[in-house]
Design a protein around this ligand. Structure first.
Ligand SMILES: Cc1ncc(COP(=O)(O)O)c(C=O)c1O
Length: 344
């Protein structure tokens, strides 16, 4: 890219993002059924910056944000740092329990709902189609902006894709955020927002005041790589690879973990969410796991309150190959068994 484009690339970039990259992103989104054009896209430094820009634009200290509970830990940390009140909506195997939202909307008058309808972090669940429709209906009725974080929606291993909230929304209530971190590589630090009208203009303005623009070189490199066909081929390879890793992890848990450990096999994404048996908590196995060289995320980081969260662990199956996962599950399973014996 440097050879082809010369010193131009060492300059500041368009605050909204390199225009040809925005065009390519729009094409990818269109190929997935999400109507998008380059002028409705804002390139951000990962989706974490996108979440931050939206929260800061729409909310003030003391305002309420509604989240799935459990939810993505770094988003919760961000909301706490902004001084927001965080109210959780429970998640079951069909994603967020949308039917429990209405009383919360009436009671707390939230200024934003943050949610990940596809392969939710940390539970791996997908919001069911009826709940998606109901959620968008409620957003319109209560004039509630929705921040849809589709961080890993392209990594589906079973079943068929469900429409994004943004595709169901005619009102502009949904602000759609995604990233190339999980589908490609996090070090690029390229995410984006798809939004409408004045919201997009205000977000672009915020982006300019925050960091002037995202770095030019990674945007141009990604743009040179990204075409609908090439991206599809890449996703096909990732899906085959990660599906095998997911299955290896599920088999490893069944084989090595004690009875009473529960988990569901996710249809996509990166994580397996497992509940420790008996009264065991992540704290009880943290030391043993570290000594065994196995890392996992304790569930408590994903909850708004502490209650019970530490009985869950989030295991990433995408990051290692099958033999490493098999050995990791063996070691972790033995460590859970040892903690169980010690607690008995
Ligand atoms: C649900 C979710 N959203 C957003 C992000 C942020 O990713 P990035 O800033 O790299 O795009 C992550 C990263 O783990 C995530 O899990």
């Amino acid at each position: 890219v440097i050879r082809r484009e010369g010193e131009r690339i060492f300059d500041y970039e368009d605050p909204q993002g390199f225009e040809p990259l925005r065009r390519s992103i729009a094409q990818v989104l269109c190929s997935q059924g999400l109507g998008a054009t380059a002028n409705r896209i804002l390139v951000t430094s990962g989706s974490q910056q996108a979440i931050s820009l939206v929260a800061r634009l729409l909310l003030r200290e003391g305002d309420t944000v509604l989240v799935e509970e459990p939810s993505y830990g770094a988003a919760l940390r961000l909301f706490r740092a902004e001084g927001l009140r965080i109210v959780g909506v429970p998640v079951d195997r069909d994603g967020m329990r949308v039917e429990e939202m209405e009383p919360l909307l009436q009671r707390h008058r939230p200024g934003l709902l943050y949610c990940t309808p596809n392969f939710q972090n940390p539970t791996g669940t997908c919001l069911s189609a009826p709940r998606r429709l109901r959620l968008v209906e409620l957003a319109v009725r209560y004039n509630l902006p929705v921040l849809e974080d589709d961080y890993v929606g392209d990594l589906r291993y079973d079943g068929r894709a469900l429409p994004c909230l943004k595709a169901l929304d005619r009102s502009g209530a949904v602000i759609y955020v995604s990233t190339f971190s999980k589908m490609l590589m996090p070090g690029l630090r390229i995410g984006f927002i798809l939004a409408d009208g004045p919201v997009l203009a205000l977000l672009t303005d915020r982006k300019r005041t925050t960091d002037l623009s995202s770095a030019s070189l990674p945007q141009r490199v990604l743009c040179a790589y990204l075409s609908v066909g090439r991206y599809r081929r890449h996703l096909r390879r990732c899906r085959a690879l990660y599906r095998g890793r997911r299955d290896a992890m599920a088999a490893g848990i069944r084989r090595w973990f004690p009875a009473g450990t529960s988990f569901a096999v996710p249809a996509g994404g990166l994580f397996l969410w497992a509940r420790l048996p008996g009264g065991l908590r992540c704290r009880d196995i943290a030391r043993g796991a570290a000594e065994a060289g196995v890392a996992f995320r304790p569930g408590r980081e994903s909850f708004v309150g502490e209650a019970g969260g530490d009985r869950w662990m989030r295991l990433n199956f995408a990051a290692n190959d099958v033999p490493v996962i098999e050995e990791g599950m063996r070691r972790l399973g033995l460590c859970v068994r040892a903690a169980r014996r010690a607690a008995a």
